[in-house]
Each structure stands twice: as structure tokens, then as C-alpha cells.
Design a protein around this ligand. Structure first.
Ligand code: SF4
Length: 392
């Protein structure tokens, strides 16, 4: 990495991981790659006095390039990949269910939120085979960066440092989980929050508001509207529906906006028509709401085929690493609006139409749920409740 703008003053020692990011950037032996989550671009501007809901994607990319990252990529690319894998898994379970397979577990639950994953491992370990096995976009990104992209660069995985900028504090914990490491080398080395990125930009004396917009690098920077909406409650399941509908019905989905899945109510329900087959969708954000839907599943009362769960109220736009919103729902709604606006403005709005995702499958992974996809993009969960009981 080549650091052009960061002056590592004492102010940067506030968070260890921020300091480690600077260390990686100034280390000439390392190629430093950064990925940014969808919700970050909808809130980072607030740290520089901009109105909530100001989209700062281009300025954020420009700032990251000026900070000295070698490649500025987008977690959204990996969100599209998550949809490919999770969408295929939903369809697999659904088809088996429709064929009368009594073993198949429904509803399928989304698995991209580490706060939620930890919650069900602790509180509902008897249901750990219900969530999708798809890794989160942060972890899929790391696994692909350190295999496929490392090969393209003709580098060893240890030569790469993958940094993530996340709206989330649970992501710091997620990237330390052992199953996301290869011989002790984590797929994602460091995760910093939106607020920490704002500090880095300030400490580098960059005038954020005056930066000229720049674009993400390729190939892991290309994304669709479907991946952008991962940042808000309801977005992951809407993105999954856009792809699953076309895969299942083999028809083109003309209307990609599923307004019935959007909103801010803590628990939402909608039925989506898969060409005559009604698919029941549930959405919960906030763990109290999630618990209600889980209790129903446990009691055998759940009416849903698929459920999206996010630990933070509002989803990642309201994450613990974002500029403080002090529980102000109006701020969250403005961030949410910014996310849907970015989606609406994207030329491609379905994950399976992302040309770089198609290329990745063609050149490297084969197809969704292939052996290679399973090895790199899927995970398993732990019963942390019994572990705790045993330890006591
Ligand atoms: Fe992290 Fe919250 Fe988003 Fe979950 S909902 S991934 S805990 S920011």
C-alpha cells in the first residue's frame, strides 16, 4: 500500500482497528483492499454536516482512494453473490417442500446479520438448521478477494489485507470467527465502522464535501440495485425475491419494486405471487421482533416460507457503527429513502444480471451451490447455549 494522505497522529489511536488499517496501508509488502457496505454511503455524509439521506457513494470512494487503499471495492458485489447462493437455497428448499419432502425445513431465515446469527445461536440453538447457510456479504467478499482476486493479482492470500467499512459493530466480531479463517489468516482482516472511517478522513485532513466523485474499482466493485437495498430492513428479502422469482418461474420480472415489503414497522408480512404460487414473506427488525417470529416457528405456527431478520431497528442503516441518530426514526427514514433512490438509479437491479457475478461463476465457481461455492460461500452455526451450560 502507498499512503498519500494519512498522518498517523495520536488521534488515530482511539480505536485499535483504525490504527491497524493505517499500518497496513503504509506497509509496502501488503496489497490493501477495502470493501464498503451499502448502508455506509447513506449515512457517512452526516458525519460531515450533510443532511441525513445525502448519498455520498462517489465521495466515499474518492476519500478511500486518497487514504491510500490499493483497491476500493463494494460489499454490494458480494451482496449480489449472497443473493445468488441464498436465492438458490430458497428455491431448493421450496421445490423439495412442494414435492412433498417432509424433511425440508421452512421457513428459511436470512443469515447476513451477525448480530442476529449470534442471537439465534444463543437462544434458539435447536433451530440452527433453519437459517440459510449463505455467509454474509462481508465474509463472501473476503473469501472471494483472497482466492479469485488473489489469483488474478498473482499474489498469495497472506499478501492481501482485506478491510471492511461497516455500519455495524457486530461485523468486527464476525470477522474473528474461526470458521472465517484459513490457517489462521482471516478472510476479512479488519472491520471499521462508518464513524471510524469518518475519523480517518478527518485525520487525513480531507475536505470531504469538496471531493470529486470517483467510481469503485473492478471486478469486485460492480453491483446492482438489488444489493444496495441490503442496507435497509426488507431489502435483503426483496433482492432475493427479484432473483428467485425469475429462477423459479423462468419468466421476466417486469416490476422489480416490491413496495409491500418496504416500511419501518417492526414486523411486516406480505404474500408475493410466484406465477400462481403464493409465497409468504416475513420481515422483522430488532431482536425483540425477531424473537416473536421465532417462537411461532418453534410452536409450529409459522405461516412463512422465508423470513428476513436484522438485529438493528431499521436494518443496517440504523447500525451501531453509524453516525448517531439517537433513536430518531425520521433520520432512519431519510437514510432508507437514499438507499431506495440509489437502487432506482442503477441500470441493473437484479443480482443475477450483474455481469461480473456471471463472470465469477463462469470462470471460478461454476454455479450456485456448487462444491466450490459451498467451500467458499457457505458456513455452519454453533449451539452456544449448550456450550455455555456445559462451561458452567
Ligand atoms: Fe450489523 Fe445491525 Fe446490520 Fe445486523 S442489522 S448486520 S447488527 S448493522
Amino acid at each position: 500500500g502507498q499512503c498519500v494522505a494519512v498522518c498517523p497522529t495520536a488521534a488515530l489511536t482511539e480505536r485499535d482497528s483504525t490504527w491497524k488499517v493505517v499500518e497496513a496501508i503504509v506497509n509496502p509488502q501488503k496489497t490493501v483492499i477495502v470493501q464498503t457496505a451499502p448502508a455506509v454511503r447513506a449515512a457517512l455524509g452526516e458525519a460531515f454536516g450533510m443532511e441525513p439521506g445525502t448519498l455520498v457513494t462517489g465521495k466515499m470512494v474518492a476519500a478511500l482512494k486518497k487514504l491510500g487503499f490499493d483497491y476500493v471495492f463494494d460489499t454490494d458485489f458480494a451482496a449480489d453473490l449472497t443473493i445468488m447462493e441464498e436465492g438458490a437455497e430458497i428455491l431448493d428448499r421450496l421445490s423439495r417442500h412442494l414435492n412433498g419432502d417432509k424433511e425440508v425445513k421452512l421457513p428459511i431465515l436470512t443469515s447476513c446479520c451477525p448480530g442476529w446469527v449470534k442471537f439465534f445461536e444463543h437462544h434458539f440453538p435447536e433451530m440452527i438448521d433453519i437459517p440459510s447457510t449463505a455467509k454474509s456479504p462481508q465474509q463472501m467478499f473476503g473469501a472471494i478477494a483472497k482466492s479469485y482476486f488473489a489469483q488474478q493479482l498473482k499474489k498469495k492470500r497472506e499478501d492481501l489485507v482485506v478491510v471492511s467499512v461497516m455500519p455495524c459493530l457486530a461485523k468486527k466480531y464476525e470477522c474473528t470467527r474461526e470458521e472465517f479463517q484459513v490457517n489462521g489468516d482471516p478472510d476479512v482482516n479488519l472491520s471499521i465502522s462508518t464513524r471510524e472511517l469518518a475519523n480517518l478522513i478527518r485525520n487525513a485532513n480531507l475536505d470531504f464535501g469538496k471531493l470529486t466523485d470517483e467510481d469503485f474499482d473492478h471486478p469486485l466493485g460492480e453491483s446492482t440495485g438489488a444489493s444496495v437495498i441490503f442496507g435497509t430492513t426488507g431489502g435483503v428479502i426483496e433482492a432475493a425475491i427479484r432473483s428467485a422469482y425469475e429462477m423459479f418461474t423462468e419468466k421476466k420480472l417486469e416490476k422489480v419494486d416490491f413496495l409491500e415489503l418496504r416500511g419501518m414497522e417492526g414486523i411486516r408480512k406480505a404474500t408475493v405471487d410466484f406465477d400462481g404460487l403464493p409465497i409468504n414473506i416475513g420481515i422483522a427488525h430488532g431482536l425483540g421482533n425477531a424473537r416473536k417470529l421465532l417462537e411461532d416457528i418453534k410452536a409450529g405456527k409459522s405461516e412463512f416460507h422465508a423470513i428476513e431478520i436484522m438485529a438493528c431497528p431499521g436494518g443496517c442503516i440504523g447500525g451501531g457503527g453509524q453516525p448517531y441518530h439517537h433513536g430518531d426514526v425520521e433520520i432512519l427514514k431519510k437514510r432508507q429513502k437514499a438507499i431506495y433512490a440509489e437502487d432506482a438509479g442503477k441500470p441493473i437491479r437484479k443480482s443475477h444480471e450483474n455481469p461480473y457475478i456471471q463472470k465469477l461463476y463462469k470462470e471460478f465457481l461454476g454455479k450456485p451451490l456448487s462444491d466450490k461455492s459451498h467451500e467458499l460461500l457457505h458456513t455452519h452455526y454453533f449451539d452456544r447455549k449448550s456450550k455455555i451450560e456445559v462451561n458452567h
